[in-house]
Write a protein of this length. Structure first.
Length: 380
C-alpha cells in the first residue's frame, strides 16, 4: 500500500472503529457474546484490510458490526447492509439448482457432461464423456482451472490487463477454451483439485436442462425469490454494485505491498457460474440457514450435497458446492468462501442452520476470514 493510501486508511479507520465496533445489534444477544469476533475484526483492520462488515444470526437474534472504511478517499465507513461480490460462494447456489433439477428427475448426477454438452469438453486429454456432473460439483473432474491459465492471467489478472479488460464480456466458450488449452490435472474421479471451470460447465448444464438461456434466471426463480433475498442477484453486464455498497480495493499482484487500486467497477461475467453473484451478509446467512435446514432441497439431495471428499485443506472437506469445515475447537460449520478482485468473503452455518455468520473484506490482499469464523464459533 502506498504511503498516501496508508495514511488515509489509518486516519479513517481511527474514526470508524469506535463507532462501527460498538456493533449495531439488530436483536439483542448476551453482552460480550461476540467479543472475540470483534477482536478478530480489529485484527483484520490492523493487518491492512480497508474495511470489514460482519453479521451473525443465532436463533432469533442477529448481531452485526463494521470496522474500517468503505471508501479510502472519503473515509466513509462500511455499512452492515453493504452489497458485495461473493465470488465462489456462488457455487453453492449453482449446486443447489443442479440438485433441485435432480430431485425433479430432469437430470442425474451420474450423467456425463457430454450428455448435456456434447462435444464441448474436448482437448489436450479432456473428455466430457468420462466426467460426471457429480465430479463437476465436488471438483474431482480433473478439468483444468481456466483462471490458472497463463494467457487468462496475463489478459485479465495483471494490473495492466485488468485495467484494459475489466469490462470485457467473454462468452463461456471463450473462457472454457483457456482451460482446454491445458492438460487435465488427473483422471476423472481419482483426486480433488478446485477448478472454476467445473462450475462454468455446471451453469451451462442448468441452461441446457431447463431450456433457459441464463442460469442466473433459475437461481433467481428457485432460490432468490422464494427466500426473499432482496440484496442478492446474478448480474449480467452490470459493472457497478447496488447501494449501499463500499468501494473494493486490490493490489492486482501477488503481494501485500505496492499500489492499491480501486477495482469496484468490473464485469463479473468473466466468473460466470463459478463466482458471478452479488449479495449481502444478511442474505447469505438466510440462504445457508435455509439450505442446511432443508428448505431448498429434499433430504436425499441435501444428503448428497453433504457427502464430502478430502479437499486441499486438512481441516475441510468438499461436498457438492458446500464445504464442511472443522474449526479449532472441534465445531463443524458448513458454507463456502469466495475471493474476487477487491473482495474476500466467507459464509458459514452450523449443521442445524441455527448459528450463521457472513463476513466480507473490501480488500483482497490481507486479513483472515478464517480467524473471524474461529472467533465467533470457538470464542478464540
Amino acid at each position: 500500500m502506498n504511503r498516501r493510501a496508508r495514511t488515509i486508511l489509518t486516519a479513517a479507520t481511527a474514526v470508524a472503529l469506535s463507532a462501527a465496533l460498538a456493533g449495531p445489534a439488530v436483536a439483542a444477544l448476551p453482552a460480550g457474546h461476540h467479543d472475540a469476533t470483534r477482536q478478530a475484526v480489529r485484527a483484520a483492520i490492523a493487518d491492512g484490510v480497508p474495511g470489514v462488515t460482519v453479521r451473525v444470526r443465532q436463533g432469533h437474534g442477529t448481531w452485526a458490526a463494521t470496522a474500517g472504511v468503505g471508501d479510502l478517499k472519503t473515509g466513509q465507513p462500511r455499512s452492515t447492509r453493504d452489497h458485495y461480490r461473493v465470488a465462489s460462494i456462488s457455487k453453492t447456489f449453482v449446486a443447489t439448482v443442479v440438485l433441485q433439477l435432480e430431485a425433479e428427475g430432469r437430470l442425474s448426477l451420474d450423467d456425463t457432461v457430454d450428455k448435456w454438452l456434447p462435444g464441448v469438453v474436448r482437448g489436450h486429454g479432456h473428455d466430457g464423456r468420462g466426467i460426471t456432473l457429480r465430479q463437476l460439483l465436488n471438483h474431482t473432474s480433473g478439468i483444468y482451472d481456466y483462471l490458472a491459465d497463463t494467457g487468462f492471467q496475463r489478459t485479465y489478472m495483471t494490473a495492466d490487463g485488468f485495467m484494459k479488460h475489466r469490462f470485457d464480456e467473454a462468452d463461456p466458450e471463450e473462457l472454457l477454451a483457456f482451460a482446454l488449452a491445458n492438460e487435465p490435472y488427473f483422471a476423472p474421479g481419482s483426486s480433488f483439485r478446485y477448478s472454476n471451470t467445473n462450475y462454468l460447465l455446471a451453469a451451462r448444464v442448468i441452461e441446457k436442462a431447463t431450456g433457459n438461456d441464463d442460469y442466473g434466471d433459475e437461481i433467481d426463480r428457485r432460490i432468490i425469490a422464494p427466500l426473499h433475498l432482496t440484496s442478492t442477484s446474478v448480474p449480467t453486464t452490470r459493472v457497478t454494485l447496488p447501494r449501499p455498497g463500499s468501494r473494493a480495493y486490490s493490489k492486482l499482484a501477488r503481494t501485500d505491498t505496492g499500489p492499491t487500486y480501486d477495482v469496484t467497477e468490473l464485469n463479473a461475467r468473466l466468473a460466470y457460474g463459478s463466482g458471478q453473484m452479488v449479495s449481502s451478509s444478511a442474505d447469505l446467512n438466510r440462504f445457508y440457514s435455509a439450505l442446511l435446514r432443508g428448505r431448498l432441497l429434499p433430504p436425499e439431495q441435501l444428503k448428497e450435497m453433504k457427502t464430502t471428499v478430502p479437499s486441499s485443506r486438512e481441516t475441510s472437506r468438499y461436498g457438492l458446492g458446500l464445504v464442511d469445515r472443522e474449526l479449532g475447537c472441534g465445531v463443524h460449520v458448513w458454507g463456502h468462501d469466495g475471493g474476487i478482485f477487491g473482495s474476500n468473503s466467507d459464509a458459514v452455518t452450523t449443521e442445524d442452520g441455527r448459528h450463521s455468520l457472513a463476513v466480507n473484506f473490501n480488500g483482497d490482499w490481507s486479513g483472515s476470514t478464517d480467524a473471524v469464523i474461529e472467533a465467533e464459533f470457538c470464542g478464540t
